[in-house]
Ligand binder design. Structure first.
Ligand SMILES: Cc1ncc(COP(=O)(O)O)c(C=O)c1O
Length: 482
């Protein structure tokens, strides 16, 4: 028989009767653990009424580590008003502390896949290199077979994204040098005729700002910068300038909201580095003139190639403006002043990797099999929800992005640990790696100390569920060693 405390999550909502019960702060639960790791609720004090925990309120009790003295009861339902949420949160966190005082025993179940890297990201579930058996290896990318592969990669990308709002007259192309290549190619080709605003809130956006000011040496650049974890005030952006920004800050765990205020009648172009957002987040596609991403992120493909998406307005700029600086061959999107449309049909600028192309085609096929773009977003959202429950029930853990779920990334989820310094967090990460439970989850080298756990679509929720008790264990081990 286990005895534990019901942990509440502010974002899930019980019936009013349950809210009253939780406020009484004496909600103890007795449960029996089965070998399989399922905890059955057998008694509650004060007792819950059947309608409180019945299917109508969707109560679910679970714990993947039956030996743990604490377990989790998750209620799903309509959302609580924020007042009730706030009223619940403080006392219940105190309640959780009492449980946390006992060190967490070593969990028994490990994630099946310990890969939570933010790039290259883990391969799709079930992946094996056998999926590449049909690659056009040793063939010219200009031959019929090679061109068909590259064309299919473009067409299938378009199909997936058009289903969630990419206008049909946008161009999708494969370019060299991953997302960096795609984004710098766009900046070098399009910028110059207008003042530029750079909205940045983490390291890669910072790199684009450096490009604008130190490499392109543009004179009229407005710097809209925010610290790690904070989104600049998007209502202050002048969209009549060209605007360079990152949609999802991979190193900060902050994303732009889908309803960001980009006017349809803007005079400037919007250049959006969306490498850790495409295939995991909804985006205001028809308001974006340039979108770039790489294969190695949300679909778990390989590095090497980038995807460049251009609106008709971006093409218009390409054909009406010639930048004053030299343009390397691999950045050239026009020929004799005309848009190089072939690049967007699979006629790549230089030689692509047919192996990486095959791998991307495999990833696209998997994407379709899980419900297309919507299915992929659903998977990333479900993954984030696992960590949201973890944070809500853990006093020492928080999101680098703070409390606003609208700007919280569902791919590169960045967590802070309140009661450990950078060294302690590193020790936690090292313990998890040594146990074969999680690799590559330390915060980005220039970001505040903490964890960055990739929650993109190729990650399985069950693996994150299995990781959580291990993180509690590693935390308690490090605390005990201090
Ligand atoms: C937001 C952002 N931009 C650019 C890059 C660079 O991507 P790549 O290495 O694929 O060129 C990354 C890589 O993680 C990123 O997260």
């Amino acid at each position: 028989m286990l005895r534990g405390v019901v942990k509440w999550f502010s974002q899930v909502v019980p019936s009013p009767a349950l809210a009253r019960l939780s406020l009484s702060l004496s909600l103890l639960v007795e449960a029996e653990a089965e070998a399989a790791g399922v905890v059955h609720l057998v008694a509650l004090e004060p007792p819950l009424q059947p309608h409180d925990v019945g299917p109508s309120s969707g109560a679910l009790v679970h714990d993947r580590a039956p030996s743990s003295p604490s377990f989790t009861m998750v209620f799903t339902g309509a959302h609580l008003g924020s007042k009730v949420t706030r009223a619940l949160r403080a006392p219940l966190r105190r309640l959780s502390t009492a449980v946390a005082d006992a060190p967490t025993p070593k969990p028994a179940v490990k994630p099946e896949c310990p890969q939570f890297s933010s790039g290259p990201c883990t391969k799709r579930p079930g992946y094996t290199p056998m999926a590449l058996a049909d690659a056009a290896l040793g063939r010219s990318h200009r031959a019929k077979v090679g061109k068909a592969k590259l064309g299919a990669a473009i067409t299938q990308t378009k199909e997936l994204i058009e289903a969630v709002g990419l206008p049909k007259d946008y161009h999708v192309g494969i370019v060299p040098a991953s997302d960096t290549g795609a984004f710098e190619m766009a900046m070098w080709s399009l910028l110059g005729p207008k003042p530029v605003t750079c909205v940045h809130f983490e390291s890669f956006g910072g790199d684009w700002y450096t490009d604008l000011t130190k490499q392109l040496k543009l004179e009229n650049v407005t710097n809209m910068q925010a610290d790690y974890g904070v989104l600049p005030d998007l209502s202050k952006v002048d969209w009549d300038q060209d605007v360079v920004f990152t949609y999802n800050g991979t190193t900060a765990g902050v994303r732009c909201p889908v309803d960001m205020p980009i006017p349809a009648d803007r005079k400037g172009l919007t250049l959006c580095d969306a490498t850790s957002a495409v295939f995991a987040q909804h985006m205001p596609w028809d308001k974006l003139d340039v979108v770039t991403f790489s294969w190695q992120k949300c679909l778990g493909g390989e590095g090497a190639h980038g995807m460049l998406i251009l609106s008709p307005r971006a093409v218009e700029r390409l054909e009406s403006y010639t930048p004053p600086w030299p343009m390397p061959k691999i950045f050239r999107l026009t020929k004799k002043g005309k848009f190089s449309a072939g690049i967007f049909k699979g006629e790549t600028i230089n030689t692509p990797s047919m192996l990486a192309t095959e791998d991307y085609l495999d990833a696209l096929g998997w994407a379709k099999s899980v419900g297309g773009y919507e299915g992929l977003v659903g998977r990333a959202d479900a993954n984030l929800a696992v960590l949201e429950r973890f944070v809500a029930s853990t006093e020492w853990l928080g999101f680098l992005s703070g409390d606003d779920p609208k700007v919280r990334s569902n791919t590169s989820v960045c967590l802070t640990v309140a009661d450990l310094d950078a060294d302690g967090v590193k020790k936690m990460a090292a313990l998890l790696e040594a146990e074969g439970v999680a690799v590559d989850i330390g915060a980005y080298r220039s970001a505040p100390p903490g964890f960055r756990i990739w929650c993109g679509p190729t990650v399985e929720s069950a693996d994150l569920e299995a990781l959580v008790p291990w993180m509690r264990w590693a935390h308690d081990e490090v605390k005990a060693s201090l």
